[in-house]
Design a protein around this ligand. Structure first.
Ligand code: SF4
Length: 242
């Protein structure tokens, strides 16, 4: 049963985003006009944005919707890529990202979305292709496996992306990934498969040159220290859940 029918202590349960509730409380106190003083006409207000740049620790800032990404990623270099929206978001080349603003209207033109409000810009010495493969494996293992896309599609996509990252892809691998990404999208009870497919597709586009390098046995990454965080103690195999 869905938790809206039977959840906490067997009662219908509402799960709500704490940030949304905080906004609602402030709008109730100060009014909608106050809230609309910042943000864009279509996407008013502010949001919490988590930024992790090449220099290390993440920081969380409250920023108005519509803020230029260039201001949030001031030290990003042209040869870097930026992950916009978190692990259900999209990779974009830094040169493209810095021309956009933090709102869905602007990001949609580049196939991205605000999502969880997370911006990650790995340093140039990391291989974002290898790191993406590790995150996709994590995402594949983090579903309850109750729906077809998570049971069948995500593990296949994760395995294929690992093949690509280690330079062992077969002729069909990328076409298979594209096909599976299409098959899982819109087919789950939630949007976990859709977001994972978006993340994978954007990686294969943004890191196309790196994919070719890996096919030739090369890699631009010189540091093996992971940049994209994966929660400590996460399942590494399906058996870890048993
Ligand atoms: S689609 Fe959503 S609800 Fe269904 S198994 Fe995947 S994560 Fe769970």
């Amino acid at each position: 049963p869905r938790i809206t029918e039977r959840g906490l202590l067997g009662a219908p349960t509402l799960v709500q985003n704490a940030e949304t509730l905080a906004h609602v409380a402030l709008i109730a106190r100060h009014g909608p006009r106050w809230f609309r003083q910042v943000g864009t006409a279509a996407e008013p207000g502010s949001m919490l944005c988590t930024i992790r740049r090449a220099d290390g620790a993440p920081r969380v800032v409250e920023v108005p919707l519509g803020m230029p990404l260039k201001a949030l990623l001031s030290d990003v270099r042209a040869d870097q890529a930026v992950l916009i929206g978190g692990y259900h978001g999209s990779w974009l080349p830094a040169t493209e990202a810095v021309r956009l603003t933090l709102d869905n209207q602007s990001l949609a033109a580049a196939g991205a979305r605000v999502g969880a409000g997370i911006l990650l810009a790995p340093p140039p010495d990391r291989c974002a292709l290898i790191e993406t493969a590790a995150v996709v494996r994590y995402l594949a293992l983090e579903s309850a496996g109750q729906c077809g896309p998570c049971l069948n599609g995500l593990p296949r996509m994760a395995a294929a992306l690992t093949e690509i990252a280690v330079g062992r892809q077969r002729g069909q691998t990328q076409a298979d990934v594209e096909r599976w990404a299409g098959l899982v999208t819109g087919r789950g009870a939630c949007h976990h498969p859709d977001g994972t497919a978006r993340f994978v597709r954007s990686a294969l586009i943004t890191f196309a040159a790196e994919v070719s390098r890996h096919q030739r046995g090369q890699c631009t990454g010189t540091s093996k220290r992971p940049f994209l965080p994966i929660p400590h103690g996460s399942a590494r195999t399906e058996e870890d859940w048993m």
